[in-house]
Design a protein around this ligand. Structure first.
Ligand code: TRP
Length: 460
């Protein structure tokens, strides 16, 4: 079986593909507006705490489970001998389907913005509402995006996923750095940086903690088995801890740097950070315009092209999860699994496509279910999938690795490719987090959220 499953060709290939999965719209589109809604720097501090102290060890556990078993998320638990636990993998696969269904819609927006920038249409920022509710147009961009994703995934691990990541990731970094430097030169940049970097802890509440936790998992592609899947293509020579550290650092680094770029831009234009999902789409075109008609078009189109590429390495990883399940467990041919899944997920995404103004029903969705503060369908799917399912998945994966599969076995797997792991401080840290810190913190947040959402009790 493993011969036809595929394997990453090199260390760098795996790290880049996994970092490519992590780095995406989550860093450049979602992170800034979550920071904006979460009150600024306090959110950033929580996010960093969750990424490094909580998520990083969970990532090591996910990759290890994948590499040990060479299987998709559902099959992996079974291969270790715990058939009942495969429900966790199945939940993860389902969650990935939900995430991709709306993620692809936003990826379509970014892709469409590329063409707007090419034609010098900087005024699109003021017409963002009309743009996203033009369903034929953004729907077509979404369809193209999903097809390109499917095309890459059907190419398999080395030829498709790895190759794309190697070219795209470095280009994205280069252009972001250029934009950060430019952002710093603009008037009011400091005001933006202050909002972003000076924490006001009075703004911290359960909602902010919950959002930061969900964002940490989402941004690292964690909690639904994407990294079990990628881990299953990793060779035994790899040092998993080192790779996970590199992936985490790259992802967090790019999110933090994207913030350094966005907030000066937002304050420079007097926009206010609480724009929600439209934030980067509303804030950036005006800035490109100030670069002049030639440079503005060049940098603007390049930026949205690379943002689309960043999104593409993420959609690829999201699609790969259900595909690996169908290939491993249902013996489906890879190409068939790819196009079937992509088609179904595109259809599942149609309500999200309609939820940004095109259809009242989906745009005010929870209002029709009786809520006084209506949330649109797409945002709702995000709440459920990113903010609830991913941390829940992380909790279950930690508990599984620590107590069911057991720490000794996890350590044994990590030791392959990492001599000296057993007995090291790193081992103590990882074991402590997956056995105690992650279950306790994730458990408390889950409990508080349940009390709050369903019983109306607010403790913090
Ligand atoms: N991490 C990606 C981003 O920040 C999105 C993503 C890709 C993802 N694969 C995932 C999120 C798996 C959760 C699970 O854009």
């Amino acid at each position: 079986m493993s011969a036809q499953r595929g394997e990453f060709g090199s260390r760098l290939g795996f790290v880049l593909a996994a970092a490519g999965s992590a780095v995406g719209l989550g860093n450049i589109w979602k992170f800034p507006y979550e920071v904006g809604n979460g009150g600024g720097a306090a959110f950033v501090v929580l996010y960093l705490f969750f990424c490094f102290l909580l998520c990083f060890p969970v990532m090591v556990a996910e990759i290890s489970i994948g590499r040990k078993t060479n299987r998709n998320p559902a099959g992996a638990f079974e291969a270790l001998g715990y058939k009942k636990w495969s429900i966790v993998g199945k939940l993860g696969i389902f969650c990935g389907v939900l995430i991709l269904s709306y993620y692809n819609v936003v990826a379509g927006w970014a892709f469409g913005y590329f063409f707007e920038m090419v034609s010098g249409n900087f005024a699109i920022a003021e017409n963002f509402g009309a743009y996203v509710s033009d369903v034929t147009k953004v729907g077509l961009y979404g369809l193209i995006f999903m097809s390109v994703t499917a095309f890459i995934v059907s190419g398999g691990v080395q030829q498709g996923i790895e190759k794309a990541a190697k070219i795209l990731m470095p280009s994205l970094l280069t252009i972001i750095f250029f934009l950060v430097i430019y952002a710093m030169t603009l008037p009011n940049a400091m005001e933006g940086l202050k909002f972003y970097l000076v924490p006001d802890f009075s703004k911290m509440n359960l909602q902010v903690i919950y959002g930061a936790l969900g964002q940490a998992f989402f941004s690292l592609s964690l909690g639904m088995g994407a990294l079990i899947t990628y881990g299953s293509y990793v060779s035994k020579k790899e040092n998993i801890v080192q790779s996970a550290a590199l992936i985490t650092l790259t992802d967090v680094g790019i999110a933090v740097v994207a913030g350094l770029m966005i907030f000066p831009f937002v304050f420079y234009q007097g926009l206010g950070p609480q724009q929600g999902p439209g934030l980067v789409f509303v804030a950036l075109p005006g800035v490109f315009e100030t670069l002049g008609p030639v440079l503005g078009v060049v940098i603007g189109s390049l930026f949205f092209m690379l943002l689309s590429f960043a999104a593409l390495t993420s959609t690829v990883s999201l699609l790969e999860v259900p595909v690996s399940y169908l290939v491993d467990e249902k013996n489906m041919a890879r190409k068939k699994a790819v196009w079937l899944t992509a088609g179904v997920i595109f259809l599942v995404g149609i309500p999200s496509l309609l939820a940004n103004g095109a259809s009242d029903f989906f745009s005010q969705f929870t209002g029709f279910l009786g809520s006084d503060t209506p949330t649109d369908f797409m945002t709702l799917v995000g709440y459920i999938a990113n903010d609830s399912f991913l941390p829940l998945g992380g909790l279950l994966i930690s508990v599984f690795a620590a107590y069911i599969w057991k720490k000794e076995n996890l350590s044994k797997e990590i030791s392959i490719g990492y001599e000296g792991y057993e007995g090291s401080f790193v081992q103590t840290f990882i074991n402590f987090v997956i056995s105690y810190l992650a279950p306790v913190v994730l458990g408390i947040v889950a409990l508080l959220t349940i009390l709050n959402r369903f019983l109306g009790i607010t403790l913090i």
